[in-house]
Design a protein around this ligand. Structure first.
Ligand SMILES: [Zn+2]
Length: 379
């Protein structure tokens, strides 16, 4: 889901006017072909993302507002989404490279697409891993080896076109358009070493045993027994909804740039986005810039969500990824509506997306979780 600009973040830098929703595209025309039907978007107050593939890990290529009519050409299966209309693995195709989750669409019957693309691999539990030898096909440019299944991960090596490489298993990651194919599959070479399958010719390969779903072993965090940890050290300066800023739905913890930010609890990353009225989130924001900057939302068990705003650069995690309490998700910065480097941290309790109505005081919540904010711990 594309998010509207998140307003009223920081009391110290409170700015005036409301931000407009970021919409990357409008109604998408159908390219005809099979049977088509007109559907109605039902996504509440947040826009519905149009994706390049049938999973939230596919890139966003546009968005639709709730109430928009959209012509749908056929349906395919993909990632299961729980939306406002239903929970389903059906995605409705608008045109090649343009899909919306049927979980947010009201419509009549629709034919399956003629050549249904393979669904994204689900993460099975313990599958025997077979390995295979693949051949790199990347033309004149080397193929980067990455520390995780996204091009935002660091480069840890490279392979030349024609190189043979032993691949141990495959995982789902960022969708890449390469010389061989367009795919969200990444081939694992070894722990911390992945190459995009978009540039690899190979035979069958098993999904990795713990591809993305089962959380990794939790990191040590002395003194915390509940599974919740403080996201950063430091005492909140700006509090939750002070009288001077009742729209401030979190707390601000002032910290130097590049301090690591940890997931406060185990859960699934639901949003990784740049939310700004400025040019982008890789530059410092300011009091007159709107939005949360580079931010992450994590959905935890028990209808709890946490939000981490104003990161210095693209977060270290991707949408759909499972994280543990204490796992580093990004670094402190001052992108978006922010007058200085800090972490804006929100906690939401209740059904649905994290909004003003379900925000709770992070200080009281983290106290209950036995990980009180402001207590310096070593991590
Ligand atoms: Zn704030």
């Amino acid at each position: 889901m594309a998010r509207p600009l998140i307003r009223g973040l920081c009391a110290v830098v409170l700015a005036g006017s409301a931000g407009a929703a970021i919409l990357l595209g409008g109604n998408a025309p159908a390219s005809a072909a099979v049977t088509s039907t007109v559907g109605t978007v039902d996504s509440g107050s947040t826009p519905l993302n149009i994706r390049s593939g049938t999973s939230v890990s596919a890139s966003t290529v546009g968005a639709l507002r709730s109430g928009n009519k959209v012509t749908l050409v056929c349906q395919v299966t993909g990632q299961t989404i729980s939306g406002r209309v239903r929970t389903t693995n059906i995605w409705d195709k608008i045109a090649d490279g343009r899909y919306v989750s049927n979980a947010y669409i009201r419509r009549g019957a629709l034919s399956p697409c003629p050549s249904t693309p393979p669904p994204p691999p689900t993460a099975p539990t313990n599958v025997a891993v077979t390995s295979t030898v693949g051949t790199v096909e990347s033309g004149n440019t080397p193929l980067n080896i990455r520390s995780s299944a996204t091009i935002s991960a660091s480069t840890v090596g490279a392979l030349r076109s024609g190189n043979q490489i032993t691949l141990v298993c495959q995982i789902a990651g960022q969708t890449i358009s390469g010389r061989v194919r367009t795919t969200n599959i990444w081939d694992k070479i070894a722990d911390g070493r992945y190459v995009s399958n978009a540039y690899i010719r190979r035979g069958a390969l098993s999904p990795c045993p713990s591809a993305s779903t089962p959380p990794l072993p939790p990191q040590a965090n002395p003194g915390v027994a509940t599974g919740w940890v403080i996201p950063v050290p430091g005492t909140p300066a700006q509090l939750f909804r002070p009288a001077s800023n009742p729209g401030h739905d979190g707390v601000d913890i002032m910290l130097p740039r590049n301090i690591p930010i940890a997931a406060a609890g185990a859960g699934q990353v639901t949003t990784v986005e740049c939310n700004t009225s400025g040019p982008n989130c890789d530059v410092d924001g300011g009091p007159n810039v709107r939005g949360c900057g580079w931010y992450v939302d994590i959905q935890h068990a028990g209808q709890v969500a946490t939000r981490y705003c104003h990161m210095v650069r693209r977060p270290s995690v991707v949408e759909g990824q499972w994280v543990n309490a204490g796992q580093i998700i990004g670094y402190v910065g001052t992108s978006g509506n922010s007058g200085g480097t800090h972490l804006h941290f929100e906690v939401h309790v209740g059904p649905g997306y994290a909004v003003h109505a379900n925000a709770v005081d992070p200080i009281a919540f983290m106290q209950r979780m036995n990980a009180p904010l402001g207590v310096l711990t070593t991590r």
